[in-house]
Every structure is written in C-alpha cells, then in structure tokens.
Design a protein around this ligand. Structure first.
Ligand code: PGA
Length: 251
C-alpha cells in the first residue's frame, strides 16, 4: 500500500538545542492526534542521535540529509549510511538539488549512495526535479525520467519498492513559487508511468511520490488532494511547528 508522508527538510538550520526543541515541540503538538500520514523530519547529521533518543521515532521518523558514497574508511568528514542507521534514523534524503548543484553530486554518485542506504536498512527519499530553463523548454518530463533511470533503475524490484521519491522542481525550492496542483499531478503521474514501464503497475502504484518546493499550509491541501501526490518534502515551513503542523493535517 502506498504511504502518505509529510517530511521536513531542515537543511543546515538549527543548533543542537534548537533542533531538539523543534523536534520535541512537534512531538508535543502531535500528542493525541492521529495524522493521516507518516511524519518525518530531516535533521542535520549532528542532531540525529540526540533527536532519536529524545523523541519517539515510531511517531516521527528521523532522516539524515545525505550520506557518504563509500562504505567506511579514510574519508575525512564523511558520514556513512551505517553510521546514520546506528543513530536510530530510518531515512536519508538523497539527491537534493542543493547537493546536486553545490556539491556536484552526479547520477552515478547518487546511485552508489542509494545502494549503500538500502543495504544499511535506510529508506532513501530520492529527490528529482528540473530547473526553470528545462521546464520552460518543455524538457521537464525527460529530465526527471533521466534522473530516475540513471540512479535507480538498476535496483532490483524488491529494493526499488523500499524507496520514496520526491519531485522537487528546482525553480520552486525556497522561492515562494510552487507548481500548481495540476502541474504537480501531471508530472507525478508521468513519473509513476515511467516506473510502471520498468517495474510494472503494482510497484508503481505502491511507490510514494512526494512534492517539494515552497509547500506550505495554504497550498498543501490542494497538492495532496491530487491522486498521484502522496505528500510533501518541506523545507522552510518545517522549521516551525506552527507552519509544519497544518501541512501534516492537510490530508
Ligand atoms: P522549501 O524547500 O519548502 O523551502 O521550498 C523544499 C526542499 O528543498 O526540500
């Protein structure tokens, strides 16, 4: 069964005390509520273990925002998938456009990261999405197909079924500009069709595809109402409980 998910991506924000307070505040706000979606927070690597200890991670899943493309060893400054899994985190965001753009992550590197995440028991939240110029020239369908094929389509059907996809048009991230619900639906349906072409209808139907890019309390309802939009990956609006909670409640 396809899962609905609302995931926060804190990016490089919050000190450890601030992050702990935010995570605990969210847990408190969810007390007594039964959200119609899984709730995840993508926190800085320095916060993973403390937050996993401080909150009930069966209610709020914890995600890292990246992992190394190597298993272990002499790679100063890197954090391996096994290290992340050992903190109690269950997810890892991979292929975010900021990592592709600023840290030059390639489809090949991401393929390795996805494999390492899965083999260490983490669920990758794999981000794809086109830049403005690609959308304006009508290439967005081809761009997302390529991103999915290059990094994911060598996975076995079993492993592919373990991951979550996040469609995040780069022109909508942090810009206040969102895709309309119809635009999101159109490309989500397309991505699902591409998945069906490789792995079959059942696996495609069961794949959770999130929308991301300036999602907020105002636009969340119309986005998640679309049949192929299974939730969201939320940046800015995940940094306060007041803004994040209504998005969780938009289902
Ligand atoms: P935003 O970020 O919600 O601030 O646009 C989304 C993301 O980058 O995941």
């Amino acid at each position: 069964m396809r899962k609905n998910i609302i995931a926060g991506n804190w990016k490089m924000n919050t000190t450890l005390p601030e992050g702990l307070a935010l995570a605990k505040g969210l847990e408190e706000a969810l007390k007594g509520k039964t959200p119609k979606c899984d709730v995840i927070i993508g926190v800085p690597a320095t916060h993973l273990a403390s937050i996993a200890t401080a909150i009930d991670s069966s209610r709020i899943g914890i995600a890292a925002q990246n992992c190394a493309d190597k298993e272990k060893g002499a790679f100063t400054g890197e954090t391996s998938a096994a290290m992340i899994a050992s903190t109690g985190a269950k997810y890892v965001i991979l292929g975010h456009s900021e990592r592709r753009q600023y840290y030059h992550e390639t489809a090949q590197t991401l393929k390795t990261k996805v494999n390492l995440a899965i083999s260490n028991g983490l669920t990758p939240i794999f981000c794809i999405g086109e830049v403005l110029e690609e959308r304006e020239s009508g290439r967005h369908f081809a761009v997302v197909d390529e991103q999915v094929k290059e990094s994911l389509f060598e996975l076995s059907a079993e492993d592919f079924s373990k991951l979550v996809i996040a469609y995040e048009p780069v022109w909508a991230i942090g810009t206040g500009k969102t895709a309309t619900a119809d635009e999101a639906q159109e490309i989500h349906a397309h991505i699902r069709k591409t998945i069906a072409g490789k792995y079959g209808q059942e696996i495609a139907e069961n794949c959770t595809i999130l929308y991301g890019g300036s999602m907020n309390a105002e636009n969340a309802k119309s986005l998640v109402a679309k049949p192929d939009v299974d939730g969201g990956l939320i940046g800015g609006a995940s940094l306060s409980v007041e803004k994040f909670l209504p998005i969780i409640e938009s289902f």
